[in-house]
Design a protein. Structure first.
Length: 303
């Protein structure tokens, strides 16, 4: 029944995904809380040209791909912020435009170099063939992430719940957001060889969205997100072991999708909760802009 424990590659894969779950769970939770889930997907595409260029220049070197991907991710994030401040295009549109450009550029360079086959394992994952260098990378990523959250946890919560109050109380209010986005890129890079950049986003977001249906406190939310991520990895690896034709990365994400669907149907704050509150409720546009203050509303009422 547990014959998969007799294989060293399975032990390494289980160890790597366990450490990875500690790292991606808080990242995914705050991406969901800050309504930046699609930004995580965008950054996964944005780091592709950096990884590709590093691969073309230095070959199958994890260190060079980390430098390339991190450089590309930070460059796209910085340019997105710059365009949002200096042009009429909003930040979401700037990010969408830049990540599409970055993805197209990465594919173009990859095709021009004519070396696509070895890189596929990096883009789509190779968790069962993980090496010592990748284990060190995942461990370092998890360490940096957890230490960073210990330092920025309170200001990150404040910035997430009430960004206006956070700005009034901080000398550099953008620093927390910038550091959090750096951690997003770092975790995508930490997971890219194990799960691939695209599958890593699934492991970040799906356990976090599933956990959101079960709990209403931040501590419980982080714990349940980690548990869902961990079991998604373990079950996905075991499924791919018994079904050799099923890739490990997609198997892990599909298990996470099962947790999401089950949570959506059966969780206290899931689909049935909305039906119980008002089964015939229809979403309508607000009568007034949501950013009106009390004075504005009072003025509208008197007028």
């Amino acid at each position: 029944m547990f014959e998969w424990l007799d294989y060293a590659f399975m032990i390494r894969a289980l160890t790597a995904t366990t450490v990875l779950s500690f790292s991606v769970a808080p990242i995914g939770a705050f991406l969901v809380l800050r309504r930046l889930s699609l930004a995580g997907e965008a950054m996964a595409h944005a780091i592709v040209p950096g990884i590709v260029i590093a691969f073309v220049v230095a070959g199958l070197s994890v260190a060079s791909m980390i430098v390339g991907g991190l450089t590309a991710g930070i460059a796209v994030a910085a340019l997105t912020s710059l365009l949002a401040r200096m042009t009429i295009i909003r930040e979401d549109a700037s990010l969408a435009s830049l990540y599409l450009i970055a993805l197209a550029l990465g594919i173009f360079i990859l095709s021009a170099a004519g070396s696509a086959v070895p890189l596929k394992s990096f883009l789509f994952g190779s968790i069962l063939g993980i090496d010592d260098e990748t284990l060190i990378l995942i461990g370092a990523t998890a360490t940096i992430t957890l230490v960073s959250f210990a330092l920025i946890f309170r200001p990150l919560i404040t910035n997430t719940i009430d960004p206006v109050f956070h700005e009034s109380q901080s000398k550099r209010p953008g620093l927390v957001t910038q550091w959090f986005m750096f951690l997003v890129v770092l975790n995508l890079l930490g997971a890219f060889k194990a799960l691939g950049t695209l599958m890593a986003v699934g492991l970040m977001i799906l356990p976090a969205t599933a956990a959101r249906y079960w709990v209403s406190t931040i501590t419980g939310y982080l714990i349940v997100t980690f548990v869902f991520a961990l079991f998604s990895c373990w079950i996905g690896l075991i499924v791919s072991f018994y079904l050799p034709d099923v890739p490990s990365g997609p198997a892990i994400v599909l298990v996470a999708a099962v947790f999401f669907v089950v949570s959506l149907i059966f969780a206290p704050q899931g689909f049935h909760a909305g039906l119980r509150l008002n089964p015939f409720r229809r979403r309508t546009l607000p009568a007034s802009p949501p950013n009106l203050n009390k004075g504005d509303k009072a003025h509208e009422e008197t007028s």
